[in-house]
Design a protein around this ligand. Structure first.
Ligand SMILES: [Zn+2]
Length: 302
């Protein structure tokens, strides 16, 4: 009997040592990169779905259950999730993931951030992005930085698996570098093309792949289209021979369609996130999808 108890206690010890790091991510993009680095040594789940507008997610009780059990919370930061995540963190009462705790990881601190406002920020500048553009994961270089930061954090929380995380991170970077060669080759004929985008979701993507964003369907970030701004856009596009309007999947297509129609151009519904459509199951497929769609549409509009 005594031996049995000893064995039982030993078994509990092993279970605890081997307990997988439970990672909860605000978005599917960060979850996808976490999965690349963590492999089977972690469990990872996203809160917002990739087809949702991550600025505006309706909180659900199930989110709270996920947060209560998390060892580590990943968020995009720069106020992307400010409308829905902070109260959930507080209500979870999970001390590991409270702001400033060891299991609270704002990934923006590791990335290159564009459009950081220089002067004072007022509501007149729009509803979102007061700290800089939070759509930074759409440049693979930032994907690389996110992976590296996750490797460090995972190793800190699960030191026994340090070697596994290092190997997986290196492998992710290698595959990303190979994929970038392919994406660059696909985009090469279209470098320097001017586009209009609905929301400011694409500065990192466009800078990386050589597209020029001239204006936005939203008059200001988070503000819906207005007739006067739409008319201005049509004039700009005619004057500068711009044919393509890029739209995120959760916006009303009426304004973009009428703009494209007025200039004999086209609308492309680009995916800003993993999970935006079913086939985008990982970080690589996100760029595959968007770059395939872009190059096809560019070829069509000339
Ligand atoms: Zn935004």
């Amino acid at each position: 009997m005594k031996r049995l108890i000893v064995a039982f206690i030993a078994a509990i010890g092993i279970c605890q040592a081997a307990a997988k790091l439970n990672v909860i991510s605000a978005t599917e993009d960060l979850a996808a990169i976490a999965g690349e680095v963590g492999g089977d040594r972690i469990t990872v789940e996203a809160i917002a779905r990739g087809y949702q507008d991550s600025h505006f997610v309706e909180p659900k009780p199930s989110f709270l259950l996920k947060l209560q059990k998390a060892d580590l919370l990943l968020l995009v930061g720069l106020q992307l999730e400010i409308g829905w995540l902070p109260p959930l963190i507080t209500q979870s009462r999970n001390s590991k993931i409270q702001v400033g705790a060891n299991g609270y990881l704002d990934m923006s601190q590791f990335c290159e951030i564009l459009e950081i406002p220089t002067g004072p920020v007022t509501r007149a500048q729009g509803d979102v992005h007061p700290l800089g553009n939070p759509h930074y994961w759409l440049n693979p270089e930032n994907g690389r930085r996110i992976a590296k930061a996750l490797q460090t954090k995972f190793s800190e929380l699960r030191p026994d698996d340090t070697a596994v995380f290092a190997q997986r991170e290196a492998d992710f970077e290698k595959r990303l570098t190979e994929a970038e060669k392919r994406w660059d080759a696909q985009m090469a004929p279209f470098r320097g093309r001017k586009v209009i985008t609905y929301h400011r979701s694409w500065p990192n993507f466009c800078e990386r792949f050589g597209l020029v964003v001239v204006d936005y369907v939203e008059p200001k970030p988070g503000i819906p289209p207005t007739p006067s701004h739409t008319l201005e856009l049509i004039n700009t596009m005619k004057r500068e021979n711009i044919k393509l309007v890029l739209v995120e999947p959760y916006f009303d297509l009426r304004a973009p369609n009428s703009i494209a129609q007025a200039v004999g151009g086209s609308v492309a519904v680009l995916m800003p996130s993993v999970g935006g459509v079913k086939e985008i199951t990982d970080y690589f497929k996100l760029f595959d999808y968007d770059i395939n769609l872009l190059t096809t549409t560019f070829a069509k509009v000339k």
